[in-house]
Write a protein that binds this ligand. Sequence first.
Ligand code: SF4
Length: 661
Amino acid sequence: MDKINYLDFFPYEQFRQEQEKITQLVELASKEKKITLLVAPNGTGKTVIALCALLPLVVKNDLKILYMCRTHSQNTRIIKELRKISNFLENSGPNSRLNGLSIRGRNEMCLNKTLLSLKLDPKESMAVCFDLRTNNNCSHFTNLLKKRDQTEKVTSLAPELLNQPIDAGDLLNFCSENKLCPYYLSKYLLEEIKVIICNYQWIFNPHIRENFLNFIGKEVENCIVVIDECHNLIDVATELNSDKITPYLLRLCLRDLEMYRSPQEMQSFVRMLMSNLERVKNSQKQTEKGIDPVKLITKVFTKLGKSDLQEFKNLVRDLQEFGISIHREKVDNGEIARDYIGSLAEFFLKWIKVSTLNNYFFSYNLHERKGKISVSLDIIALDPREITVPVLNECYTCVNLSGTANPYVYANLIGIKNSSKAYKGIIADSPFKKEHIKALITEGVDTRRANRNPLMYYKMLTKIEEVIESTPANIGIFCASYKIVDALLQHGIEPIVRKHGKQLFVEESGLSASENALLVDDFKSHAKKPYNGAVLLGVCGGRNSEGEDYPGDTMNSVIIAGFPYHLPSPRVDAKIAYYDEVFNKQGWNFAYLYPAIQRANQASGRPIRKLKDKGCIIFLDNRFKQKYKWISGWIRNEIEFIPDKEGIINKILTSFWQKRE
Ligand code: SF4
C-alpha cells in the first residue's frame, strides 16, 4: 500500500508530453497538503492528471474526492475518464474497481410530476419536496423508503450502481425504470462512493454543505476538493453570498401575511417595500443605483415607528417565525408550500449584519427582459474569499484546474494566500503543435464607445470578410457585447456571410438553453458537406463562447470582436475601490481588466480543444496589443501583430489553411 502511486491508476499506454511530470508534481503537492493550481490548455489531460495524482491518497488515507464542475457535459467527461481508470483497475485485479457518481440538483434529479410542473428555484424545490415527502405524496420517495427498509445495508439498495462510475443520466434511467427517487437514492449511495462529481454549490454553499457532508459521511477535512474550470469560482463565490428581493417575492409574502392574518405591522412593512420598489422602477434612470445601506434601513425602521435597529431586527425575527409557522400549517394541511416570508426575513437579517462592512455593495437594479422592466433591491458580495477560504482551510487538500486562470489574480481573489495551506502553482506548456495555431492581433480597430461609428463597423466588417473568405468551414465571432452584435447586423454582416456561401447563426440573449442548443447543433452541422460552412455571431462571456466545444471543422476560426470590458457600473466601481484597498492597489486589474481578458481567453480557445485541432484566432481590437501579456500563454506564444492593411488577414489565413494536413 505504501508504494501505491499515480502509475497504479494511469489507464493509457503512454503519457502525453509533460503529462507524467505534471502528475508527479500534483501528487507530491497534494501529499504535502498544498493547494495546487494547474493552468494547462485543453488537450493536456488535466482530468486524468488530477485523478491519477489524487487516487493514491484516497486509497491510503480513506478519503473522498469531491470533483466540482459547472456543466453536465463536464460531469460526463469526468465519469468517462473514471470508467477508463476503473476498467484498468479491474484488469489488474478483480477486487480493485473504482466507483464514482455524478450528482445534480434536486430539480434535475426529481421524477415527481407535481414538483417538476411548478418550475421552482432550488430553494423552493427543497421546500416543496419536503412537503411532498412529509405528506406521503411522492410515490418515488415512498418506494425508495420501502426498498431501503427491505434491505439490510444501503449498499444492497442498488449494488449495480456501486461497482462502477455512474453518470447522473444513468442513475435517472435506473430510477425511472424502478420508480425510485433519484435524488435521495444518490444521497443514500454517497457514503459508499469514492469520487463524487458535483456542482460547486454542494461544498461552497454553506446552506447546502452541512447536509451534503452528512450524506457522504465524511468531514471536509477528509475530502480532497478538485475545482474544474476553477476561474469560474470567483463569480460563483460572490454570487452565492449575494441576495435580492423583488416585487414578485413581496406580493407572495403579502398574500400569505393577509391570508394568515399576520400582525398589521408586518403587512405594512411589506407594502412599504412594494411601493418603494414601484417608485424606483418608475423614476430610476440608470440600470443600477448604489444605496447607502445604513441610511436606507434607518429610513425603513423610522417609517415603521421603530426607535432603533434592534427593534427593527426584532420585527424581522418575528416575521421569520411567522413564516415558519405558516409553512408548518400549510404542510399539515397537505398543501405545497414555499416560505417566501422566510426569504424576505433572511434578506433583511443579512442586510443588518453586513450593512457596515466594506466588502458588500447595496443597490437598486432595473432589468429588461423581452421589453419588460423589472426591479430588485440587491445585496452584492464583493469578496469571494468569505466563501472560499473556509473550504480551503478545512479540506484535506485542494486541486484547482483551469485553461485560462491567471495564477497571480486567482490565488489572490480565491484567498489561497490567506488560507492555512501552502500553495503550488503549475503552468503547463502548450501541448499543441505550432503549425496548428495562427493567432493574430489586428491594428486599426478600437471598439471603445467613443469610436463606435459606421466607419469603424465597416472596417471591422472588411476584416471579418477576409476571415470568412479564407476559412474553409465554420467561424465563430464573439463580440464584446450585444450592442456590437446588433451593430454588425445593422451594417450588413449577413449579406457578407451569404456572399461567401455560408449561413449566419445569431445568438440571442433571451434564448432558452434548449433553443440555444438547437442553434449550436445546426451551426456545427454546417461544417460538413453539402454545406460550405457557417458563421456563429455571439458574445464573449456567453454560453456559446465558454461552455461549448467546437472540435474539428465546427469552428476553424474565431474572431474576438472588441475588448470585452463590462460596461462601467456602480458595483464595478465599488469592487475596484474595495480591491484597491485589500489587494494593494490592484482594483482595476482584478475587478475590471481580468474578467474582460478572461472572457476573451475563454472565447479564443474554442476552436482548438483537441491535439489534432487546427485553428485561427483573430483579436479584432488594438487594445489587445497593449494587454497581450494577459492572453493565455499557449495563444500568446504564437501571436503576430498585423498592420491595418487590406488583404493581409486573407493572405495569412489562406496560406495557413493551404498547409492543412
Ligand atoms: S422525494 Fe425525490 S422524486 Fe419526490 S419530490 Fe423529492 S426529489 Fe422529487
